[in-house]
Design a protein around this ligand. Structure first.
Ligand SMILES: NC(=O)c1ccc[n+]([C@@H]2O[C@H](COP(=O)([O-])OP(=O)(O)OC[C@H]3O[C@@H](n4cnc5c(N)ncnc54)[C@H](OP(=O)(O)O)[C@@H]3O)[C@@H](O)[C@H]2O)c1
Length: 219
């Protein structure tokens, strides 16, 4: 898959490093030198460039900026129409870290993912990867108490969700489809629980995992 990142911070670095050699990657952001720096650290041949070039390149575009910057980044990447038929993967949490407040009011009462879908109605928006601290995505494999980390995702386009599910498998996690994009509000609220606990001083490997009795722990 051709996967582009807008942003080159902790989450972009953590996820992209797991997809090197499996997917074609493109790193972009406001500062071309910083984008190139991450691309060079990942692997020779990893592309870097402007946000607009990233959108042209990618089948999947990952928004990896602070949540407050998402719409500015979308505008700088070409605006609403630039994302038509692209998979827009929203990993962002509209959460105030100091107290865990879930900031839906910033997005008129809907989840950030739904606000992104309203901004770019022809994009295929999928929410995933938002519930764990960046370091967790580097675990190989991500297991907790002998169970694989389950990554919940949601979206309205079945094909886009299948592609995101395969990206989840490529970090060694087990994808579980939560349903339509409206369930992004649950994923964002669940992430708020984790963020509140992490910012109270818990270990960064603290996660909310889904235990499925039908799937036995890894022996
Ligand atoms: N860190 C985590 O553990 C974690 C876990 C799950 C989800 N998330 C979510 O993932 C998102 C990214 O988090 P992160 O920890 O990777 O953040 P980060 O390390 O602070 O990186 C944010 C990136 O966004 C760029 N950026 C800032 N403003 C921008 C703008 N207006 N346009 C384009 N790029 C901009 C920054 O670079 P410049 O300032 O140089 O432009 C930087 O590369 C957040 O929404 C967060 O809620 C984070």
């Amino acid at each position: 898959m051709r996967v582009s990142f807008i942003g080159y911070g902790s989450m972009a670095e953590s996820l992209s490093s797991r997809w090197v050699g499996k997917h074609e990657l493109f790193i972009a952001g406001r500062d071309p030198n910083k984008a190139q720096s991450l691309a060079s650290r990942l692997a020779q041949g990893t592309k870097a460039g402007s946000p607009q070039e990233a959108v042209e390149f990618g089948e999947v575009i990952i928004l990896a900026t602070p949540h407050e910057a998402v719409f500015e980044a979308l505008e700088a990447s070409g605006g609403s129409n630039a994302f038509a038929n692209k998979i827009l993967l929203d990993i962002n949490n509209p959460v105030e870290p100091s107290n865990g407040d879930y900031l839906t009011k910033s997005y008129h009462g809907v989840s950030l993912s739904e606000a992104i879908a309203a901004y770019s109605p022809k994009a295929k928006v999928v929410k995933a990867f938002n519930m764990c601290q960046a370091k967790v995505w580097q675990m190989q494999p991500p297991t907790f108490d002998g169970r694989l980390l389950v990554t919940l995702y949601c979206g309205d386009d079945a094909q886009a969700k299948r592609q995101v599910a395969s990206l989840i498998e490529d970090v060694g996690s087990e994808p579980v489809d939560l349903g339509e994009l409206k369930y992004a509000r649950l994923l964002e609220a669940a992430a708020a629980i984790v963020i509140k606990l992490l910012f109270s001083g818990r270990n960064p490997y603290t996660v909310l995992n889904l235990i499925q009795p039908e799937i036995k722990p890894i022996s």
